[in-house]
Design a protein around this ligand. Structure first.
Ligand code: SF4
Length: 381
């Protein structure tokens, strides 16, 4: 299977109050040096005979790059890997940085898929999250992307926001359907322990909806997307048509391989895993000095590969291909875990087609962690 290439762009115009990603405030001088470093890093780790068919610019806010910088980075990827002619090339973008010129420039540079971090179509919710765009800016960004020729657009929405009612959430889902992206990701907001949003919630008296409401928000949101013709293919992801599934992310869920470049990027390739150091400045300096930026290089053992295949594969609506699991991992999943999994199947949370497939139902996706806990610490053969 061809590999994916992940490129981390760690700059943001402002820092959102819930964000736990590897990012920092945009600094033009540092960004220019970072792009030079990224290009040098890609060339240094070149594997020209290795086929790749997805590239993903993630962040941070990759749409803060200039189109010429995107073009240089893509040229380095083309020189360094055997890129397929139909490579999916995604750029994460924030609506407020999606000017007509930038979008046209990205398209000309080779980007063929945009993923907009919309998060909500309610201005009050966006303000609570510290986002710089409004719902009108988000709609405008989608219209501009279409006008620039993008026929593969994804929008992210976040659910379970502070002060968000079920009706608010469903209105955002309806607004998303109205702007008709080809793909959507619905994420649950997770508030990490020291997030500034936590203090703001306490000060302002905002709370999140009760757990039962969150379950209904998930199910009703997906129900509306079903009716609009979107097909769910992963716990948090839908596409219309199915061909617009995120090919890059499918590598994470289907035991694929990828190499990540840029600070904080992770890689899984050749049964090995490593990460790149987190600091942007250190990354730039070390690349300039010809030093290694990779950390924690280790081999993946059979147990770890099996666990990941189980946890990631069950996130997919298609679930686990039991025949392929036997071929790849030499294990009969149902023989090993069937006794513990049977109650979940009887409760309608899991579908088992003997010898073929094991998958969570939509109701099971709400309790995915409980179902998957069956596998924890029990995969040693
Ligand atoms: S734009 Fe995205 S990466 Fe940047 S601070 Fe906000 S959530 Fe984090």
């Amino acid at each position: 299977m061809p590999i994916g290439i992940y490129l981390h762009i760690p700059f943001c115009a402002a820092i959102c109050n819930y964000c736990n990603f590897n990012r920092g405030l945009h600094d033009e001088g540092l960004r220019r040096r970072y792009v030079d470093a990224l290009v040098a890093d890609i060339r240094r780790q070149a594997l020209p005979a290795v086929a790749a068919d997805t590239i993903f610019f993630g962040g941070g806010t990759p749409s803060l790059l200039e189109p010429g910088e995107v073009g240089r980075i893509l040229a380095a990827c083309r020189e360094s890997f055997a890129l397929a002619g139909d490579t999916e090339i995604t750029l994460e973008a924030n609506p407020e940085s999606a000017s007509v010129e930038a979008l046209q420039g990205f398209r000309e540079a080779g980007i063929n898929r945009l993923s907009f971090g919309v998060q909500s179509f309610h201005d009050a919710e966006l303000r609570r999250l510290g986002r710089l765009h409004s719902s009108a800016t988000a709609r405008l960004a989608v219209a501009r992307a279409r006008a620039a020729g993008f026929n593969n657009l994804s929008l992210d929405l976040m659910m379970w926001l502070p002060g968000q009612s079920k009706a608010d959430w469903l209105a955002s889902v309806e607004a998303l359907i109205e702007v008709a992206p080809d793909h959507a990701s619905l994420y649950l907001l997770e508030i990490y322990p020291n997030a500034p949003l936590k203090d703001e919630m306490a000060r302002a008296g905002w709370s999140v909806a009760p757990d039962d409401d969150a379950a209904e928000m998930y199910l009703e949101g997906l129900g509306r997307l079903d009716r609009a013709g979107y097909q769910q293919y992963e716990i948090s992801n839908v596409a219309r048509p199915a061909a617009r599934r995120a090919r890059h992310n499918l590598k994470y869920w289907q035991e694929g391989e990828w190499i990540g470049f840029g600070c904080g990027a992770h890689s899984t390739y050749g049964r090995e895993r490593w990460r790149t150091l987190n600091s942007t400045v250190e990354y730039v300096d070390r690349i300039a000095a010809g030093a290694d930026v990779r950390l924690d290089l280790r081999s993946l053992g059979p147990q770890e590969r099996l666990e990941e295949a189980l946890f990631m594969g069950l996130r997919l609506v298609d679930g686990l291909d039991l025949f392929a699991m036997r071929q790849r991992h030499d294990i009969d999943i149902w023989a090993r875990y069937g006794q513990d999994l049977r109650p979940f199947a009887q409760a309608g949370l899991l579908v088992h087609e003997p010898g073929r497939r094991l998958a969570l139902t939509r109701a099971g996706m709400l309790l995915a962690n409980e179902v998957m806990s069956v596998f924890i610490g029990r995969t040693v053969r």
